[in-house]
Ligand binder design. Structure first.
Ligand SMILES: Nc1ncnc2c1ncn2[C@@H]1O[C@H](COP(=O)(O)OP(=O)(O)OP(=O)(O)O)[C@@H](O)[C@H]1O
Length: 305
């Protein structure tokens, strides 16, 4: 399978701080990749580099086989929709819809029209007076109607109401099925968007913690719930990403798999074992501060934490 996006050892420093640290990420052509992680994890920085709007301090990035920075032929195949998109002061929706196809050779009038109608985007109000959700709606129209071979959607949900979010999901999946392309979507609404993803990348502090097929995510970690002493005993030698306690009960999100013996013991002691959901995994990785010993464990499994 060809990779639409290939990042090797990409580091981006801003002065003293490191926004991305030796990031290796590949996204196969024709997939939807969820880019997840806490505030400041490095998601926007990564997307800006993929979109050719920023350059790595070191490392290599290729989009559709070429370096994207200041590369017209890559930029023509790319749509990057970010949360702080700016428009000229006097712009109304029709101005945007009139010039957008000039920058998007695969532009779909039908997709744009259906979204504008479904989102109820005002036609007469200047865009600079739009609400937060209405601005997100315009950004989604641009991102999806462009049908760009590589589409980057950075936090497309900001301020969107529940009906609009459902419309966005529905249109994305419908149009993607008819016109497959590569989509990277960053979001904090993990539970709600989980079903969209073929691949998942979880960043934390500029480092890739997980880069995996979505269907394999359930094998990466488990949650163990029960009496605190039972959970602590069973996880004493495991990499515990996060714990939550209430009234003598503990729930732990633990990296890796529980061996059969521990699973039987857990059941006998009344503890419950379940695969960690993507939402639990993202939250737990955000809480966890890895120790050097953890790194060895995760590298063995091909996933770093
Ligand atoms: N131009 C810049 N100058 C200095 N620091 C920056 C710059 N851009 C990003 N950073 C820093 O890099 C880190 C990663 O920021 P980034 O915007 O990529 O995070 P994010 O994962 O998109 O966060 P959020 O979920 O809050 O949008 C942060 O610590 C941020 O402060």
């Amino acid at each position: 399978m060809t990779n639409a996006i290939d990042m090797q050892a990409v580091t981006r420093r801003f002065g003293e701080s490191t926004a991305l640290d030796a990031v290796d990420v590949t996204v196969p052509e024709g997939s939807i990749c969820g880019l997840l992680g806490r505030n400041g994890a490095g998601k926007t920085t990564m997307m800006s580099i993929i979109a050719g709007q920023d350059r790595p301090s070191s490392g290599r990035v290729e989009v559709l086989g070429q370096e994207p920075f200041e590369n017209e032929s890559v930029l023509a195949m790319l749509s990057f929709v970010r949360d702080n998109q700016r428009y000229p002061d006097d712009y109304r929706l029709h101005h945007v819809l009139r010039i957008a196809p000039d920058f998007a050779p695969h532009w779909s009038e039908e997709v744009a029209a259906e979204l504008v109608d479904g989102f109820r985007i005002p036609a007469r109000t200047p865009i600079k007076k739009f609400s937060r959700g209405q601005l997100s709606s315009v950004a989604i129209v641009l991102g999806l109607a462009s049908r760009a071979p590589v589409t980057l959607l950075d936090e497309p949900y900001l301020g969107l109401d529940v009906t609009a979010r459902a419309l966005f999901h529905d249109m994305l999946l419908r149009d993607y099925a008819a016109h497959p392309r590569t989509i990277v979507l960053s979001t904090h609404l993990v539970q709600e968007s989980e079903a969209l993803f073929d691949r998942v990348v979880i960043l934390d502090g500029g480092t890739v913690r997980v880069s995996s097929e979505a269907e394999d995510v359930r094998d990466l970690a488990f949650t163990l719930s029960g009496a605190t002493d039972v959970v602590q005993g069973l996880t004493a030698r495991s990499t515990v990403l996060s714990t939550h306690t209430v009234a003598g009960l503990m729930s732990a999100t633990v990296w890796g798999a529980l061996d059969d013996e521990s699973r039987t013991t857990a059941r006998d002691l009344g503890a419950r074992v379940a695969p960690a959901s993507l939402h639990e995994l993202v939250a737990a990785i955000g809480e966890h501060r890895p120790e050097p010993a953890d790194l060895a464990l995760h590298e063995k499994k091909g996933v770093r934490a």
